[in-house]
Write a protein that binds this ligand. Structure first.
Ligand code: F6R
Length: 599
């Protein structure tokens, strides 16, 4: 996820672009850049790091003009540095582009362009677009962009300028883009906050639409060049409401972003039932997977154990990174160490990774933040591509980590020459819709949360692949509501925790359909017999469960391996609504930090 803003008009462009980027910093902040077009000349300034570095550099230079595009980056391809920052230019320095999204076929396009003599400077997928436009440019930027985009697979929100043309071309497929309409001025941006100070009149571009904007107006066409009717909308929200997309907290916004986030994790990684992961080493020879992580990422690792053992048929161990690094683990060169981390900076996970490297294990990272320390130290990696996670309590990164582990398991299975189950692949593609379906229970969950907000303790129980889901549900609740909560394998309660159960103990059961459902129902009976109050996460049509349950939350059914992803959604919502009902600082819970860089 990156932020884009473009301006054409009669005011000073630089302050408008900088101000817009500041409003978009929540979309990405590892590097930023601007390109100004003035009298047949393009001037570009880019800086690695926080936006302020760019602002300070621009302040030392005399640069402005009537047209400009700017970008704040959240790296997907290529680490955050000046070379990879946007805007990107073509070979002659006449065309500049800013891009948000992922170009899936960029390596084949890169080869093609290099064959035709183009020199690609950066490691990004985005720069390819500047060169493609150059290839097709014959004094008409709009046609050149249109032709270039015919060759592109993947997602884009795009703004393009040419030094000799007084216009900006904007195009969208899969990544949001809006056009802002002012008086004698026009804007393009990836989100409303960037331009709200200047205009409240916007057009939301639809997928496969292109806009040509000039100082005096705009024209919207589809990618085939046919005019399309546009709808001009009036923005009524305040800036704060818009950054959180109208949600009260970033955490809630991120919970609701999960259908899109999971689509982004999957994008380009399965083609014709084949898994396409760029793992740099041969996974056939791996004899064991060692997963290491902390907190929520450790929970996804626990789910990963079930998944890797059942799908990839490979023995898997999971360790807290803080334990792994000090327990003198026995590691062999045919072990694969998988480090899971949203931030890519967690000190314990990094130390565990270094320990494994020292003992010659192969290493792979499952990380969200591109260019973070872990991504630089592993041999291979799977990026989550879910965009910045701002709420301290991890939600969309967690479900995306589980999806990434499934992709890894399928990849290993495929490389071992074993048949890949098409049902899992089908269900992976259905996940975004099923998550959206699960999110529809939000209002019902809010009502349940109101009833339980004063509870002092909670138990979360699940079995099999849903036992770690219970652990994660309990962690989410304690982090943001400060209510004591514990997760257990459901069958384990009779070995101790059952002593805690009485009418004051809410027990959340994850009891969706699988080979353990009947056994979990017996565990529910044990709780019911002791007057515990049960909230159950179930699939449709489970009448027997309804009879013994006080509150039922329905989620769509899927294959067992994918059920943790869907089943986590109501648990995230339950934790959120309880914390919200208690008036907690949901996005910044006390004593917690988003990135834990100390041990
Ligand atoms: C919980 C949470 C933490 C992190 C943990 C590891 O909601 O966010 O438990 O999961 O601190 O962080 P990363 O994944 O950045 O290594």
């Amino acid at each position: 996820m990156c932020g884009i803003i473009g301006y054409i008009g009669d005011k000073k462009t630089i302050p408008i672009l900088i101000n817009g980027l500041q409003k978009l910093e929540y979309r990405g902040y590892d590097s930023a850049g601007v390109c100004i077009s003035n009298n047949g000349d393009l001037k570009t300034i880019k800086k690695k790091g926080k936006l302020q570095k760019l602002v300070d550099t621009i302040a030392t230079q005399d640069i402005d003009g009537p047209i400009g595009i700017a970008h704040t980056r959240w790296a997907t391809h290529g680490e955050p540095n000046e070379k990879n920052a946007h805007p990107h230019l073509d070979c002659k320095g006449e065309i500049a582009i800013v891009h948000n999204g992922i170009i899936e076929n960029y390596s084949s396009l890169k080869k093609l362009l290099e064959k035709h003599g183009h020199k690609i400077e950066s490691d990004t997928d985005s720069e390819i677009i500047a060169h493609l436009v150059e290839k097709f440019y014959k004094d008409d930027l709009e046609s050149a962009v249109r032709e270039a985009l015919q060759l592109v697979d993947g997602a884009f929100g795009l703004a393009v300028i040419h030094k000799n043309e007084k216009k900006i071309i904007a195009a969208r497929r899969g990544s949001p883009l809006i056009i802002g309409i002012g008086k004698n001025e026009m804007f393009v941006a990836s989100d409303v906050p960037a331009i709200l100070e200047h205009t409240k009149k916007v057009i939301y571009l639809n997928d496969n639409e292109m806009a040509t904007i000039s100082q005096g107006g705009y024209e919207i066409k589809n990618l085939e060049g046919k005019r399309v009717a546009e709808k001009v909308e009036e923005i009524k929200w305040t800036i704060d409401q818009i950054e959180k997309k109208g949600f009260k907290h970033f955490m809630l916004k991120e919970i609701f972003e999960q259908p899109e986030a999971i689509s982004n994790t999957l994008r380009g990684r399965i083609k014709e039932d084949r898994i396409k992961l760029s793992v740099n080493f041969d996974v056939k020879d791996i004899s064991r997977v060692l997963i290491t992580a902390c907190g929520t990422s450790w929970h996804s690792g626990l789910i990963g154990k079930y998944i890797l053992e059942s799908i990839a048929q490979i023995p898997t161990e999971v360790d807290y990174a803080s334990e792994f690094r000090y327990r003198k683990p026995l590691i062999k060169s045919d072990d694969l160490l998988v480090a899971i981390s949203q931030s890519g900076e967690t000190a314990d996970t990094l130390a565990a990774l270094r320990e494994a490297k020292e003992q010659n294990a192969k290493t792979l990272g499952i990380v969200n933040v591109v260019g973070s320390t872990i991504t630089r130290e592993v041999e291979s990696g799977i990026y989550l591509h879910v965009g910045p996670e701002i709420g301290v309590a991890s939600t969309k990164a967690f479900t995306s980590q589980v999806v990434s582990l499934i992709l890894l398991a399928l990849h290993i299975r495929q490389e071992k020459g074993l048949k890949v189950d098409k049902k899992i692949i089908k269900e992976l593609f259905r996940l975004p819709k099923k998550i959206a379906e699960a999110l529809k229970s939000a209002e019902d969950i809010k009502k349940i949360a109101d009833k339980f907000k004063d509870s002092k303790n909670f138990l979360y129980l699940g079995r099999g692949v849903n036992f770690p889901v219970a652990l994660e549900g309990a962690l989410k609740l304690k982090e943001i509501s400060y209510i004591h909560a514990e997760g257990y394998p459901a069958a384990e309660i009779k070995h101790g925790p059952i002593a805690l159960i009485d009418e004051d103990m809410p027990v959340v059961f994850v009891v969706t359909k699988n080979n353990l459902t009947q056994k979990t129902i017996s565990n529910m009976q044990e709780v019911k017999a002791r007057e515990g109050r049960i909230i159950a996460i179930v699939n449709k049509g489970d009448k027997e469960i309804k009879k013994i349950t006080d509150y039922v939350i329905m989620v769509p059914e899927t294959v067992d391996e994918l059920s943790p992803i869907i089943n986590s959604i109501p648990l995230q919502l339950l934790a959120y609504y309880i914390a919200e009902a208690k008036g907690m600082d949901v996005d910044k819970p006390r004593n917690l930090a988003k990135s834990v860089t100390v041990e």
